[in-house]
Design a protein around this ligand. Structure first.
Ligand SMILES: [Zn+2]
Length: 447
């Protein structure tokens, strides 16, 4: 039995489809190009964008059959496809498809490699083509949407090859005007969950997504979508995004440096990443706001409340807002279970009312921004579960939402030309979407 390893396109019958696919693409372009502004996107120059090539096709879903090897010679039987169920073996699948047991025996005995490679997992697809007498002509075992193996009958044995399908990247976008929460609006306009969280990470240094979001805020996101043929198989990175918060425009573009490291920068080349996160808890929570004076709910006396309260369920992870070291871990009067961190010589942060600490956390430990240091609780003088967060500069309380935090280092001048070349087109795209949103402000709302 011949065993061939190849990265060539998986299924030669695709070549028969080329003319058809080309015709369909032309038809699709003619049909859908005028349908939406997004369809007039230009082909992307790979030199300008190091990620795999992006195609300008509109996001029109073709029938699933297009990606299947459906075109065949007249004397061949049709492809049959099964999804592997828990407990399925190849013999179960052969029986289900009415294939001959001697072919199964031949497959398994001819090739140890096939047995090893073709370990069936639930959810995977097995596709076969047989002749009228139930003799196996071809079998494809799809490991996932990209990789698999193919067996082709050659006389009385089978040749085996591995394949990897080409994926294409296209540009998806979402535009939203926030009326309630960012999360709800982004979901409503179809932004997938991982990208919603990514948005909050990208802008999380400038915007406190737990407290700052207001009705009237808006966003535009351009992101990669991964396709095989006409089928979307997942989302890639956010390419560029804009978030307008309380009238202030924040923008970020993804830049891949020549060394391959990618980061988000403002269009003028300043990193989005800062020394401190705006909010040390997940943004999908609610809270009251910073108040210099208020009646303390437990003591019943008016006293300054110098911090930010994030009402969140007990057990919600609390993150270090910046790199630093642990000053103290333990009970601290009305604060209850409290962690205090030091960040360089001037800054400290405090996290109070915790239900518990990260296991093993001790004074002197180094922490990185985003590390979980404890969990929300209501220990000490707290009327309900919340995180009490304080930010101090030279020992003086500051409102972390308002304080002017240390600015980031801009991009090295030597990289600026490369940065512009890679990102200018995406900034222009953001401009286009902004103009469209202004022209029709209710464009993205669900009602
Ligand atoms: Zn508080």
């Amino acid at each position: 039995m011949a065993v061939v390893h190849t990265d060539l396109p998986p299924i030669p019958v695709y070549t028969h489809c080329l003319a058809l696919i080309c015709a369909l693409i032309v038809t699709a372009l003619m049909l859908f190009l005028p349908a939406s502004p997004e369809a007039i996107t230009r082909p992307l120059d790979p030199a300008q964008y190091r990620a795999p090539r992006l195609l300008p096709l509109p996001l029109q879903r073709e029938p699933r059959e297009l990606s299947e090897p459906t075109i065949r010679h007249p004397d061949e039987s049709p492809w049959q496809s099964v999804t592997v169920n828990p407990g399925d073996s190849l013999s179960v699948i052969f029986a289900r498809l009415g294939l001959r047991a001697d072919d199964l025996y031949r497959l398994l005995s001819d090739s140890e490699e096939f047995s090893a490679l073709s370990h069936l997992l639930p959810g995977q697809a097995v596709k076969v083509r047989a002749d009228a007498r139930g003799r196996l002509l071809e079998l494809i075992h799809e490991y996932d949407q990209i990789r698999g193996i193919r067996l082709l009958r050659e006389g009385n044995s089978f040749s085996l090859s591995r394949y990897t399908r080409d994926t294409e990247k296209r540009v998806g976008f979402a535009v939203g005007a926030i009326d309630s929460s960012f999360y709800r609006t982004a979901s409503t306009v179809g932004l997938p969950d991982p990208l919603i969280i990514r948005m909050a990470e990208i802008f999380g240094w400038d915007i406190d997504f737990a407290l700052d979001i207001r009705a009237g805020d808006s966003f535009v996101v351009l992101y990669e979508e991964n396709f095989i043929d006409a089928d979307k198989i997942g989302d890639g990175e956010i390419i560029a995004a804009e978030f307008v918060n309380r009238g202030e425009v924040h923008r970020a573009v993804r830049y891949q440096r020549p060394d391959g490291v990618a980061e988000y920068l403002t269009p003028d080349g300043r990193p989005m990443r800062r020394r401190f996160l705006r909010a040390p808890v997940d943004f999908r929570r609610i809270s009251s706001h910073f108040q210099p004076e208020r009646l303390h709910p437990v003591l019943g006396v008016k006293r300054p409340h110098r911090g930010v309260d994030y009402a969140a369920p007990v057990g919600t992870p609390v993150q270090a807002s910046g790199d630093g070291s642990v000053v103290s871990v333990g009970w601290k009067g009305g604060y209850g279970n409290t962690v205090v961190l030091r960040h360089g010589s001037r800054f400290t942060t405090l996290y109070g009312h915790l239900s518990r600490f990260r296991q093993g956390l001790a004074p002197g430990d180094r922490v990185r921004q985003g590390d979980i240091i404890g969990y929300v609780g209501q220990t000490g003088l707290a009327t309900g579960p919340h995180l009490h967060y304080e930010f101090r500069i030279d020992g003086v309380h500051q409102d972390p939402v308002k304080v002017d935090l240390p600015g980031p280092e801009p991009l090295a001048p030597g990289l600026l030309a490369d940065f512009r070349e890679q990102t200018d087109q995406w900034v222009q795209r953001l401009d286009q979407h902004r103009r469209l949103a202004l022209a029709e402000p209710r464009l993205s709302e669900s009602d």
